[in-house]
Design a protein around this ligand. Structure first.
Ligand SMILES: Cc1cc2nc3c(=O)[nH]c(=O)nc-3n(C[C@H](O)[C@H](O)[C@H](O)COP(=O)(O)OP(=O)(O)OC[C@H]3O[C@@H](n4cnc5c(N)ncnc54)[C@H](O)[C@@H]3O)c2cc1C
Length: 325
């Protein structure tokens, strides 16, 4: 490495061991892990770092070892926990909060049976909260008669913007280079090298990792990789002041209901007290391109989320405070 790469770099005089395209949740972590392995690595991001246009913003992301979708995810998440703890140590910032995750669904449904199977396969403990204990343990939530509640104390959330920032800062701290506000227009390979064309000059490396999230389709077209981008919303609501407060033990929650999956997060700080974030895990409107994305609220989805709040959190009247896409 003979030249520092910064945002105003316009030449291709440097050959990197690796180039990471996109610095959201996936790319920032990839950048760091390349850097820690001693590679000369460049990360390229089209927006400012920490922007809110992709998939890695909105305050929190749920994290859970018991992955109902498939047991094969479990070892990956276990590794993920280890890596987040290492990043916390390195950055001195708390990123992962084992707030507890409570999951509710019909007996034998995909959620409950998936959780049980993942835990059995990987010898993870799972606490069943009986109907009689449920209300005392989780005031503010409803356990429907035919449903089971399973609880994992080590489930919780990550502070997603802080995670991206911590990985980028840690990567830069050990020599990684970042070109922000630089858009990759195309890439080509020649004689074992990757040439990356951007609106801020060309870059050359031995390897290219495409971590472009919803934008990846365009960059992977030549490889015949087809992706369908979906628009997903996050909704914040005003709730009774002390009912859903993280520091009082209110958990992250995930419900399987007859109309789909819903999840949410308690109030995290003094400033957000009286405010919860809820989202629909199912559905998502198919969109053509993340660059032509309407960020207005989907009123049909909002109505479904509010019905969920009414039926499963007993919140008949809620005030929508904001939403994000
Ligand atoms: C609403 C929502 C809620 C979610 N909730 C959870 C959850 O609770 N738990 C969980 O585990 N996961 C959750 N996920 C999934 C998780 O957030 C994503 O998997 C993760 O954030 C994806 O990160 P990414 O780096 O792939 O994408 P992004 O964060 O979108 O990053 C891609 C980056 O590439 C950049 N880029 C793209 N094209 C170019 C280009 N041509 N040139 C330069 N830069 C480019 C973009 O600007 C962007 O910064 C959720 C996702 C969404 C959308």
């Amino acid at each position: 490495m003979d030249q520092a790469k910064t945002n105003d770099v316009t030449s291709v005089s440097v050959f990197y061991d690796a180039i990471v395209l996109g610095l959201g949740g996936i790319g920032s972590s990839t950048l760091y892990h390349f850097a820690v392995s001693g590679a000369d690595v460049l990360g390229i991001e089209q927006f400012q770092l920490g922007h809110d246009q992709g998939s890695s913003h909105g305050e929190t992301r749920a994290i859970r070892k018991a992955y109902f979708e498939h047991p094969s995810y479990v070892p990956l998440i276990q590794r993920g926990y280890e890596n987040w703890r290492k990043l916390e140590e390195r950055s001195g910032k708390k990123l992962l909060f084992e707030q507890g995750l409570m999951e509710v669904g019909p007996q034998g449904g995909p959620l409950i049976s998936g959780l049980e199977s993942a835990c059995q396969r990987h010898a993870l403990s799972l606490e069943e909260i009986s109907a009689t204990r449920f209300h005392e343990r989780f005031p503010g939530f409803v356990l429907p008669e035919d449903c089971k509640c399973l609880y994992k104390p080590d489930g919780g959330f990550l502070l997603v913007e802080d995670c991206v920032a911590a990985y980028c800062e840690a990567a830069e701290g050990i020599g990684a280079h970042i070109a922000a506000e630089t858009t990759v227009l195309s890439w080509t390979t020649q004689e074992g090298r990757v040439q990356v064309q951007t609106d801020n000059g060309d870059f050359c490396g031995e390897r290219l990792v495409i971590a472009a999230g919803a934008w990846a389709s365009r960059l992977l077209n030549d490889m015949d990789v087809k992706m369908q981008v979906k628009r997903k919303h996050l909704h914040w609501y005003s709730v009774p002041q002390d009912a859903y407060v993280a520091e009082h033990g209110s958990p992250v929650f995930f419900y399987e209901t007859p109309t789909g999956y819903y999840y949410g997060f308690p109030s995290l700080t003094e400033e957000t007290r009286g405010m919860i974030k809820v989202a629909e895990h199912s559905y998502g409107e198919d969109i053509e391109s993340p660059d032509r994305l309407s960020r207005s609220v989907d009123s049909a989805e909002q109505a479904r989320v509010e019905k969920f709040l009414d039926e499963y959190l007993g919140l008949e009247q809620v005030e929508a405070l904001k939403h994000q896409v």
